[in-house]
Design a protein around this ligand. Sequence first.
Ligand code: C2O
Ligand code: CU
Length: 432
Amino acid sequence: MNRRDFLMTSAAMAALPKAGLATGAQTILTAEALTQQILPEDYAGPTRVLGFNGGVPGPELRVRQGGTLNLRLQNNLDQGATVHWHGIRLNNAMDGVPMMTQDLVPPGDSFDYSFVAKDAGTYWYHSHYLSHEQVARGLMGPLIIEESIPPDVDHDLFAVLADWRLAEDGQLTEDFGNRHDIAHAGRMGNYAKVFLPDVTLQVGERVRLRLINAAVDRVFPVILKGLQGKIVALDGMPIAAPRDYDLPVLAPAQRVDIIADVTGPVELEMDHRMGAYPLGGLPVSGSVTPRSAAIQALPANDLPIPEEVSQDLTMTMMGGAMGGAHGGDNIWALNDISDMQPEPFARFERGETARIRLVNGTRWPHGIHLHGHHFYELAVDGSLGDFRDTSLVNPGQTQDILCVFDNPGRWMMHCHMLSHHVGGMTTWVEVA
Ligand code: C2O
Ligand code: CU
């Protein structure tokens, strides 16, 4: 068998239960308290965390594009929970937002989610209840929708970035939701790492690396060593032409897919003002002849075509430390309104195209996420840029986005710095 045949065979085998998901069959995701070695062993013992199916991150969920995911959340926590399938354009009832699209799942209870995997790409799942705390404790995992013809690579690897605020004894500090963190950049960990599958690479192999920022508040600028390649997708969605990178930057919840050839031991580092901070890596052993074929664009997903703009809206981020007064009654606000309100930020007819000007009037970066849709980031000249579900807007910056609101229901729109989300930078839209 040549490499191509082998890939086809292993891809077909990936549909068997071993990979977690056969289309149609149900996978149980059990949320539970557990301990896991987060710090290197010579620093401290295992950390008490919350995880899915016995680990952090939770299991890699994988399905072929067009397949159906059937997932049962079994809540074995001592508090409520829901799961949000971040970035998936799914049915509103499956979106996992408590008090909005479903009831909170009480301890000991379960909830069945089922949705079609419409867009191939890199997604993730996470708790959407007390998320600034439950995600920080570990309730998150990768969700991968495979292209019907996957790109020619030797390894398809998730790389889940997260940070942790740990005390000397290796346990998470219990200062979740403190006002100082909320008003500033959020709950920054004092220890950061990348969770990678346990594989050894060979020099010359081609890999797909699916970077996922699962940190609650930290923006990760990632230095990639031992790889030579291109960015092929952002927030799950393929970009038209593979793009060179120097230092991919991921706001919380954002994803960047890279296809690259291995040139040496792979190391991921965070570019930090204190210097490069090691996050983790993959060893190499041996070598193969590298591919001569250039890195190709991934097949496009079926994207909505924007029509004439029928609503032109502005969403101004306000508040926080050094941020000046605003009319909301929490630390952060959007257009002078804090937290979820009975009235949405906007209402749309199904299929309407709207432009939203995201204005960051604060001293802090924000990553604005819209549920149930992706949107185009617009260039200054108004042309269509990347198609994303989370947009990083730096202090003083303005970013226009264009969205075809084609998915009916009630959808949250909030800052994905989850400390800002709990601090009031949250709203919703309704699509009729
Ligand atoms: Cu990734 Cu409202 O969430
Ligand atoms: Cu924010």
